[in-house]
Structures are given as structure tokens and as C-alpha cells.
Design a protein around this ligand. Sequence first.
Ligand code: THU
Ligand code: ZN
Length: 170
Amino acid sequence: MKENIDKLVWVPSPREIAVEKLLILNEIEAIGLPWLENLAHTAAIARKRAYIPQTGYGVGAAMLDTIGDEHSGQNVEITTLSETGHAEEQSMKNAIDKSVIQRMGRRFVRAVAVSHEGDTSPCGRCRQIMKEFSDNALVIIADPEGEIRRITSLRILLPDAFGPKDLGIE
Ligand code: THU
Ligand code: ZN
């Protein structure tokens, strides 16, 4: 057992990470950096609409869908706390309200930009919701002015994810 313990340990391989970095760079090139910068600014504008009586911590999100439309969202804090809507989640739900699933299927998320004060990433719950609506997507972290701090991908933020495919959902 002891000598085989190495085989039981799973971590993403350096090769997988290097391949993902290339995919991210290709996707930035395919969409165009100016469009992503614009998406980050849209997220910053959405942040100004945040309803945040409890924490004062505003988050704005702007989601680019697979046909090129943008959908924004912001956090909405409900006094009972657990009903609070997160910005990223709201951007996807707003898109669903506009029939994106009927028009382009379940994988409608191409990129999500998020704007807030901290240099942090979307929470685990938002990552899981993104996974429902994309096999992989760009994630752009921006400051309150909408300046991009970094760009990564859902696959990096949620490796070895459990998703629709695991239940046979295409
Ligand atoms: N928040 C988001 O909007 N998205 C996240 O993924 C992280 C957290 C919000 C929820 C709450 O209103 C505030 O940020 C502090 O947690
Ligand atoms: Zn969240």
C-alpha cells in the first residue's frame, strides 16, 4: 500500500495546466482583448447597482454568451442571508430570462467578467452554476473601475468538476 500511495494522489498535471493556458490565450485572441476589457467595464457598471445593506461589498458581473450578447448581474443581499443572489449567478439567470437556453442550448456561457474590490475569484457556488452552463469559460477578474486584474478559466477554478455530463445530461 505504502509504495503505491503515489498513484492514489490526483492533482492536475503540469501538462494539463500548460495546455489550458494555451486554450485561454487562444480564446482571448478569438474573442479579442478589447471586447473582454469592455466586458470588465460592463461588470464595473453593474457593480454600481448592487443592493448590499449587510456587507457593503458590491460585486458586478457581465457574461458574454456564445452568440455575442452580454448579460449583467449584481449581488442582491436579502436580510435572511441565504437568499442572497451573487452577481455571477444573477448574470446567468438574467440570460436565461432572455431565452438563451432555447436559442443556444445549455452551454451558453463563453466568458464571465467580475468586478469588485478584493483580488478574489467567484465563489464555489457560482463556479458550479457556471459549470452547468458551460464546459469551460473564460473568467475575468476586474477591479471596481473595470480594469482587468487577471484572466483565467472555469476549468482552472473548478478542476475535476462534477457536472451535467456525470448524470448523462448533454
Ligand atoms: N458575492 C458575489 O456576488 N459573488 C461571489 O461569488 C462571491 C460573493 C457577494 C455575496 C455577498 O453579497 C457579498 O459578495 C459578500 O459575500
Ligand atoms: Zn458566488
